[in-house]
Write a protein that binds this ligand. Structure first.
Ligand SMILES: Cc1cc2nc3c(=O)[nH]c(=O)nc-3n(C[C@H](O)[C@H](O)[C@H](O)COP(=O)(O)OP(=O)(O)OC[C@H]3O[C@@H](n4cnc5c(N)ncnc54)[C@H](O)[C@@H]3O)c2cc1C
Length: 287
């Protein structure tokens, strides 16, 4: 069987990576959900080859069509977790997908929530990865910040460990369906409190809720969150990559806006192509 790369992200970085993996003779599965930056761009006028400009949506579809023609498998699903057990296992809303290499091309990292003392407790109670830090919550009070599929998936990981798991939606509606054992609180959060370590979440009505850990899971998991789950070293808010766009985990690559500036189509295409080339070399050299 042909070796396979899983690519998270169907924007210019992910699709360019897929083109290079496919043209090197390997399989590529692209997983994407929701809209990325390119579909929001009304007109791209600074990209090579389009003198009159082209809409982001058109450019995106042209790339996806090109990848499909080459044999890429495109799956509409949200990636929520990543682990390695001899092969990469990507947890998604459509089940677990397995691959020999993974390229993260998830677009811009999310903003940090505007909650007082959030930065003070980042790493001192605030956490970005349930599978990495859930163990520290054994028998303790865990809170998860978020209201969507990814937040529920993080909360589920904490259930067997923490004494209590509460989903904090920070003003958003509660999810319609919640697994047993997870509580929900929809009040707006104003601050985090504690001494050296975080001890409580403060709501806009002044009430406090004891919490030893706050797991941030807003929107969907980005490249940073997925890389963290696989055990990769971070560089600020993004996965640390070498000159071949490989993270500190062999076979795990990252490219495009999820690595930071310059947030342009050319850089996403260039980094995606380089990551795809490196992933193909990794697949070729595998024992
Ligand atoms: C309004 C606007 C105008 C712009 N104008 C220009 C311009 O004129 N020129 C220019 O060069 N650049 C422009 N840009 C920037 C450009 O669009 C981005 O730099 C480029 O799209 C980045 O490509 P990317 O593949 O890294 O990320 P994106 O295009 O953001 O794609 C990310 C992909 O990852 C997927 N994804 C994320 N998380 C998950 C998950 N957990 N599971 C599954 N899928 C996931 C998303 O659905 C998406 O398919 C503009 C951006 C915006 C928003």
């Amino acid at each position: 069987m042909k070796r396979k790369a899983l690519i998270v992200g169907g924007g210019p970085a992910g699709i360019s990576a897929a083109l290079y993996v496919l043209r090197a003779g390997f399989n590529a599965t692209v997983i994407y959900s929701g809209s990325g930056a390119l579909e929001k761009a009304e007109k791209i006028e600074n990209y090579y080859g389009f003198p009159g400009g082209i809409s982001g949506a058109e450019l995106l579809e042209a790339g996806r069509g090109q990848a499909r023609e080459l044999g890429a498998e495109l799956i509409c699903a949200e990636a929520t977790g990543l682990s390695w057990d001899g092969q990469f296992a990507l947890q998604t809303t459509e089940g677990v997908l397995r691959g020999d290499a993974v390229i993260l091309a998830t677009g811009t990292a999310r903003k940090r929530p505007a909650i007082e003392n959030f930065s003070k407790f980042d790493g001192m109670g605030v956490s970005w990865c349930a599978s990495c830090d859930g163990f520290f919550c054994r028998g303790k009070q865990a809170a998860v910040l978020g209201a969507e599929t990814y937040a529920i998936s993080e909360a589920k990981e904490l259930l067997p460990l923490a004494a209590k798991v509460t989903l904090l939606t920070d003003g958003a509606d509660a999810p319609e369906v919640l697994p047993d054992g997870i509580s929900v609180d929809t009040r707006k959060i104003t601050a985090l409190e504690g001494g050296e370590l975080m001890e409580a979440v403060v709501f806009s009505d002044g009430e406090k809720m004891a919490a030893d850990r706050l797991f941030v899971a807003l929107g969907t998991a980005g490249g940073a969150e997925l890389a963290l789950k696989a055990g990769a070293v971070m560089d600020g808010g993004a996965p640390l990559v070498d000159g071949n766009f490989q993270t500190t985990i062999p076979g795990l690559f990252a490219a495009g806006d999820c690595l930071g500036a310059p947030f342009q189509v050319w850089s996403a295409v260039a980094q995606g192509s380089a990551a795809g080339t490196s992933a193909a070399k990794f697949l070729r050299d595998m024992k």
